[in-house]
Design a protein around this ligand. Structure first.
Ligand code: AP5
Ligand code: MG
Length: 194
């Protein structure tokens, strides 16, 4: 099983690269951001609560996203593997994910972190905000808050995977295909080492 954590700040290219990885490896894409937006679109109670935080660029509570991931893992028991995109975003989420995967005997293969400077993140998200319809893309203040949440609460998750020797970082600047090629090589190096 290939269980990949795709990591990086808002706008680093996690969703974009996930689409290409799905085509290449046939993995199930688990984006907590997409799952939450789908709850919002359906008008569920969970979605309405999450929206209040997401629209301000603030993380939703750990137990909400851990519950969603647990549900999705159970619903995809025969999957060849998963891409975790935008999850785990706190060390508590990373610990919970390890516990969930332990029961399935399918640990995380590795984390790949896309490194992109803040000014480029802001540029990408504001550009997308022109037609994405995402309230959290539309306002430079909210984009900066998302980046601050990442630096304060999410960046430490890299250390969690470093101590497990599962961390690789990659420059996320370059064309989408160039970044994908680099990710593909990193995954290949894991296969060779196992
Ligand atoms: P989420 O949906 O996860 O958003 P995000 O991580 O903040 O940022 P994006 O998804 O916008 O970035 P991305 O890295 O996927 O980049 P993309 O490929 O789209 O989360 C939203 C909110 O939900 C959070 O703020 C939080 O409130 C909540 N939430 C979600 N998960 C949570 C969790 N686990 N715990 C708690 N709360 C959670 O690319 C961005 C743009 O750049 C696109 O327009 C793309 O076309 C462009 N682009 C991509 N690659 C390149 C490239 N190589 N060169 C130039 N442009 C590029
Ligand atoms: Mg995304």
């Amino acid at each position: 099983m290939l269980n990949l954590v795709l990591f990086g700040p808002p706008g680093a290219g996690k969703g974009t690269q996930s689409q290409k990885l799905i085509e290449k490896y046939g993995l199930i894409h688990l984006s907590t951001g997409d799952l939450l937006r789908s709850e919002i679109a359906q008008g569920t109670e969970l979605g309405l609560e999450a929206k209040k935080l997401m629209d301000h660029g603030i993380l939703v509570p750990d137990e909400v996203v851990i519950g969603m991931i647990s549900h999705k893992l159970d619903a995809n028991k025969t999957a060849r593997g998963f891409i975790f995109d935008g999850f785990p975003r706190t060390v508590a989420q990373a610990e919970a994910l390890d516990r969930l995967l332990e029961t399935k005997d399918a640990p995380i293969s590795g984390m790949i972190a896309l490194e992109v400077p803040a000014d480029e993140l802001e540029r990408r998200l504001l550009e997308r905000g022109k037609d994405s319809g995402r309230p959290d893309d539309a306002n430079p203040g909210v984009i900066r808050k998302r980046i601050k949440e990442y630096n304060d609460k999410t960046a430490p998750v890299a250390g969690y995977y470093k101590t497990q020797n599962k961390f690789t970082s990659k420059d996320g600047i370059g064309s989408v295909d160039e970044v994908f090629e680099a990710i593909y090589k990193i995954i290949g190096s894991w296969d060779a080492g196992r």
